[in-house]
Write a protein of this length. Sequence first.
Length: 252
Amino acid sequence: WESWQKPTSENPFIQPSEIETARGEYPSRFFGQEYLAEVIDDAGGVFRNITDCSMSARLDRAEPGHTYVMGVDWGKQHDFTVISVFDDIERREVYLDRINKIDYTIQKQRVVETAKRFNITAAVVERNSMGDPLIEDLERSGVPVQPFTTSNQSKALAIDALALATERIDVQLIADPIAILEMQAYSMERLPSGTFRYGAPEGMHDDTVMARAFAWHAVVGSGVPNFGWVKLFQRENIAAQAAQSSLAAALA
């Protein structure tokens, strides 16, 4: 048997500009695997520079002249519901709230009150599990919700976007000890398909990680689902979609 290891730059059909664009859009871990032909460890930490990023001051309400977005990760029986609020202009977290063992009615009210205090322009809220009825109630209360359906693929895209921001120290986070621990412990493992699965180690939670990832999606996407990291997903799937369209046209 023989093996070869060559970077994407050796492919004459790939423009150097495309590679450089990818270098600026993906975390170094992902870029190294997909474009530099590097063998990435099957498991390991996802976020870098967490301490350097955790310098943001906490606020209790909106400041004049600023706009704010929010991410909400619903808790279940043993984990936490987490609300993360970001200043959309300064790209920094200004509020973080963890809720546990409280009735969903009270949790929803906490979300609504937070949205009103910060005059939230976009709230990216987890749709999975109990999400749909909770989202409907939030919408009736006037919260500008963008539902987020968490799958392995969508989760990876959201986490990668936040990981890139921490790697470059492009985001400021509140220095919450539990949140710092969750982000430092957050890990990945390679699946048989070659993709990665992200999550907290056994016995730990990832609620603050996901709430921050949802809020960061609202920041980088300006609250519009067709921008931000979603663009990356769309671009990566253009070829597949074109092939499907061509096949459908041929069969029509």
